[in-house]
Design a protein around this ligand. Structure first.
Ligand SMILES: C[S@@+](CC[C@H](N)C(=O)[O-])C[C@H]1O[C@@H](n2cnc3c(N)ncnc32)[C@H](O)[C@@H]1O
Ligand SMILES: [Zn+2]
Length: 930
């Protein structure tokens, strides 16, 4: 993206010849000298160029060669390969000089929401200068390391020497032990029971060696009890570690409620929370992971093991615990984001409480060692080494806390951060801080080493890093050639809340040092008030952090961005959000700040979340923008667009764009949002858009038209060009709804913590209906000329969520019982559906064909209803009824029925019940002679 933003397009008539010449030379030498590092795909083109260099006189060939080069370079493995680095830097420089930059200078890329620093780092990699800022001190420190820390000289060497020494200084665990497994405990409230219940979510320890927890049972099947070796008289179930059993895993917790293995009494989530708040959880050591040769084995702890652990528990106030004595935000930031609030319901209200005493001891020991080692490091590298060690300690802390779970597949600890924030968990693992495992000091050091080596190979110079609110101008007017940034995604991530896990630990190491970075750590927690995120639960002196506050703040930031960008400069704004209001806020800010959107591309940017064991790429939309400015930098305000012209152009633009997106594999919600860019190209060209009456058109009004155009285009794609208007509104809505969700089934299956509202960790919640944000659903319906209010039997609305009911959940409605309960309350669970179905069908069979006639003759029965009826009959195994329905009743003679079936079959999620049913119906078509 940065290369494409900085280099002119040779096929653009305004491209300076000077750049074409140099680009041609570079690509020719690439074709002759560096072909060995090119990918197979692009090698073909370069070989052709080798044979006939004059091909590059063709501007389109030259463009294609540059794009091939960029595509290869974007492969992570090539990111530090000299040939790519040199060539890209030469091109960046050529572009800069050809576009009027002073010889020897470089273009400046500015990123005011720099986060982890990826954008400024890439700018430096391709030979630009970079200015990075962020509000958050954790982000700023990362940027300092990524862009500006001097890694030349002995920095990396000194870091490794000192870090190794610190590792050696740590007191040693039994070296063969790689992990200790703990469970939180509560006291059973069952009548005359009172045992100590170990809270175990998933009793499986290892998938490879098939280790699992198991309660010991007597011959009569009762769980045996014993006295706790650490608190005499306290009874508890006997828990063993067994091996060789396949997937038999015991658990005592489900969706936040806890069942006693001894008396079967179930404690609801609120009761568990109450006990935790009243007395705190107990902790029981439940297994020890011990290496035998190369093999990882697991055993139950002996009474002695347990007593030893308890003896080690003593709460002492240390420096690190002073810094960690800061509150955890107990408010859930927004419905889309949990932040760290989940744990506060169970009494974890201060950061210290996230760690066991032993872990705090460990972190303090390391902190002290860092302090001493750095003090005695007599070298100019000392400040840099200090920062790197502090970051290593922070990484260690992310693996050494009482919220790490164990991955039974890979057999390693997993840090607590999930997609939704920091979840509450019941059983946790304490990995050995020694040795080379993931949770160890050496493991953390190894990661830092790899980052440093990558950085050293990537940068040819340092960038500039500052802590700043993006609404404050930090760079002179017109200084930036490219303003490339990835601003906060509306309500999706509460960056500052989550960074508070890491901040106090860095602060404990660095705030008292004499380094320049110590100033970042003046406050006990990270700043939140100016953070540009939607957080309705937080109020600042300026008012609540609501939609308007986000929009205003973003407009300010984008206005500053336009001021610092040259009139002929370019901006790239990266954004991803699943809500229409998030997009409206962002696009409104872009327009209001005086930018014209000129292109938009969805690009997969997020790393697969391997930790959760699910492959998932997420794309974010990259909006390319230009300042709507005259060459003297003044805002152009005179262009007025005619509303009728816009309305005529919009569907054409969408019609060109959607098939292109589909061709690139972008479908569903991603495609809808990716259409907003081209739509905005039309709107944001103008300072003002007017109706014939002279009245100004708001962005909001325009977006209504955009949704409609997108919906119509999508529908005609779904029905492959056939006129979708022949279908009733319920069919159109269903098709469009499922199409929208295509890319999104994964996001419906939220990762949740142990106390999650529904579903289980690492597994997905079964699909009972298809949910969309209510506002998005309403807009889709509107765009299709459908009205959600009339479709109560198909769409259920609860709060902000609209759910498209599955065929199964509609059974009662479909089979003629008016006032059907299936349309109210939650979609039915499977068992219930089967029951309803049984009753309905028994009645149906009794009356034989008559019942079927009744169904089909019912007023209001639409093609979709009939299709759903056929699916339900098929799902219930009533093959004969399906035949009667399709043949005798003539339902199958309607071509619309089959066309809809075909379309929906392509849209139901693979593996879903509905997909199975609809394919079952389709499979009958031929056999029934239809
Ligand atoms: C989407 S993240 C950037 C991620 C980054 N591109 C990366 O690769 O790591 C957005 C960033 O905006 C920062 N931010 C939020 N409000 C801000 C403000 N008012 N001023 C400056 N930065 C802010 C957050 O701290 C966060 O780091
Ligand atoms: Zn009990």
């Amino acid at each position: 993206v940065i290369c494409a933003a900085l280099w002119p397009d040779p096929a653009d008539e305004r491209c300076p010849d000077l750049f074409r010449d140099i680009a041609k030379k570079q690509m020719l030498s690439w074709a002759t000298e560096h072909l060995n590092v090119a990918s197979q795909e692009s090698a073909k083109r370069f070989i052709a160029i080798q044979k006939k260099p004059s091909r590059l006189d063709d501007q389109h060939e030259l463009r294609a060669a540059l794009l091939d080069f960029i595509a290869d370079f974007a492969n992570w493995d090539n990111s530090t390969v000299k040939e790519y680095l040199d060539t890209s830097r030469a091109l960046t420089r050529a572009a800069h000089e050809a576009l009027g930059g002073a010889p020897g200078t470089r273009p400046l890329v500015v990123d005011p929401f720099a986060g982890g620093g990826s954008i400024p780092l890439e700018a430096l990699r391709v030979g630009a200068d970079a200015f990075a800022s962020d509000l958050n001190p954790v982000a700023v420190l990362l940027n300092v390391v990524v862009e500006s820390l001097d890694l030349g000289g002995d920095t990396i060497k000194d870091y490794l020497t000192v870090a190794k020494r610190i590792g050696e200084r740590l007191a040693v665990w039994d070296a063969s032990i790689f992990a200790k497994f703990w469970s939180r405990t509560i006291r059973c409230g069952g009548p005359s029971c009172g045992v100590e219940i170990p809270l175990i979510r998933n009793g499986q320890i290892s998938k490879r060696g098939e280790y699992a927890f198991e309660f010991k049972r007597s011959r009569t099947g009762r769980v045996e009890v014993e006295e706790s070796p650490t608190s005499p008289k306290q009874k508890r179930p006997v828990l063993r570690v067994v091996s060789g059993v396949s997937a038999s895993s015991e658990s005592t917790c489900k969706n936040g409620s806890v069942t006693c293995p001894v008396c079967s009494f179930t404690h609801r989530q609120a009761e568990v929370a109450r006990q935790a708040l009243d007395t705190g959880f107990g902790h029981r050591l439940i297994a020890i992971g011990q290496r035998r040769g190369d093999a990882k084995t697991y055993r139950a702890p002996s009474a002695n093991d347990e007593r030893m652990e308890v003896a080690k528990t003593r709460q002492v106030r240390t420096k690190i615990s002073d810094y960690l004595a800061v509150p955890i935000n107990s408010k859930r930031p927004s419905p889309a984001a949990r932040g760290m609030s989940a744990v506060t319901r169970y009494g974890y209200v201060e950061h210290n409480q996230l760690f066991s005493t032993r872990q705090l001891d460990l972190l303090e020991t390391v902190r002290q060692s860092i302090e001493e080692e750095v003090a005695s490091l007599n070298s100019p590298t000392a400040p840099a080494v200090h920062i790197l060690l502090a970051i290593t300690l922070d990484r260690l802390a992310s693996f050494q806390n009482a919220f790490c779970r164990w991955a039974p597949k890979g057999e390693h600890p997993v840090p607590p951060f999930g997609k939704n924030g920091f979840p509450m968990i019941w059983d946790y693992v304490e990995a050995s801080p020694f040795g080379d495992s993931a949770g160890s000091w050496d493991g953390a050091m190894e990661w830092v080493r790899r980052v440093l080596e990558h950085l050293a190979a990537s940068r040819c110079r340092a960038g500039t890093v500052e802590q700043a609110d993006s609404q404050t101008q930090m760079v002179p007017n017109d200084a930036a050639d490219a303003w490339i940034t990835d601003p906060p995604y509306y309500d999706s991530y509460p960056y500052a809340d989550l960074s508070d896990f890491f901040y106090p630990i860095l602060r404990a190491s660095l705030s008292e040092s004499k380094h320049a970075v110590s100033g970042l750590f003046a406050h006990p927690l990270t700043p939140k008030d100016q953070e540009l995120v939607l957080q309705p639960t937080r109020t600042t002196t300026a008012g609540p952090k609501d939609h308007d506050a986000y929009r205003t703040g973003m407009t300010n930031a984008f206005t500053v961005g336009r001021a610092v960008t040259r009139p002929d400069g370019v901006a790239v704004i990266v954004f991803a959000n699943k809500t229409t209001s998030g997009w409206e806020a962002l696009l409104g800010s872009v327009c209001d700040a005086g930018w014209t959107v000129t292109a938009s591309w969805p690009i997969d940017t997020e790393r697969e979340s391997r930790a959760a064991g699910q492959a998932r790429l997420q794309s974010s939309v990259h909006l390319a923008c230009r300042p709507r400015e005259a060459s003297d930098g003044s805002l152009r305000t005179d262009e007025v667009g005619d509303w009728r012209d816009l309305l005529a152009e919009l569907p054409r633009r969408i019609h060109e764009w959607m098939p292109r997106l589909a061709h690139e594999g972008v479908v569903g919600a991603d495609a809808i949002f990716a259409c907003l860019g081209p739509a905005l190209e039309i709107f944001s060209r103008y300072a003002r858009v007017e109706k014939a009456s002279g009245e100004a058109v708001t962005l909001k009004e325009y977006l209504v038209e955009v949704w409609a155009a997108v919906s119509r285009e999508a529908l005609s794609m779904i029905f492959e060009g056939a006129d979708a208007s022949g279908f009733e509104e319920d069919a159109r809505l269903t098709a469009m709804w499922l199409w929208t969700l295509q890319t999104d089934v994964a996001t419906q299956e939220e990762e949740v913590g142990d106390e999650g509202d529904e579903g289980t960790e690492g597994k997905s919640r079964p699909l009972t209906g298809y949910s969309l944000e209510y506002d998005a659903a309403r807009k889709i319906a509107q765009g299709l000329g459908a009205n959600l209010e009339n479709l109560e039997h198909l769409v259920e609305v609860t709060g902000e969520t609209a759910t498209l009911l599955t065929a199964g959940a509609r059974t009662k409605y479909l089979f003629g019982k008016e006032g059907a309960t299936a349309t109210r309350g939650r979609p039915k669970k499977k068992a219930q559906i089967a029951l309803d179905l049984g009753e309905g069908l028994d009645a149906l069979e009794e009356q034989s064909g008559v019942a079927v006639r009744e169904i089909t003759g019912r007023p209001g029965a639409t093609v979709l209803d009939r299709l759903h009826q056929a699916m339900v009959l098929f799902g219930a195994g009533r093959g004969e009824a399906v035949r009667r329905f399709l043949v005798d009743e003539g339902v199958g003679r309607n071509p619309m029925f089959w066309r809809l079936a075909q379309a929906l079959s392509a849209l139901y999620p693979t593996g879903s019940e509905e997909k199975r049913w609809i394919d079952g119906v389709l499979a009958r078509k031929k056999g029934l002679g239809l």
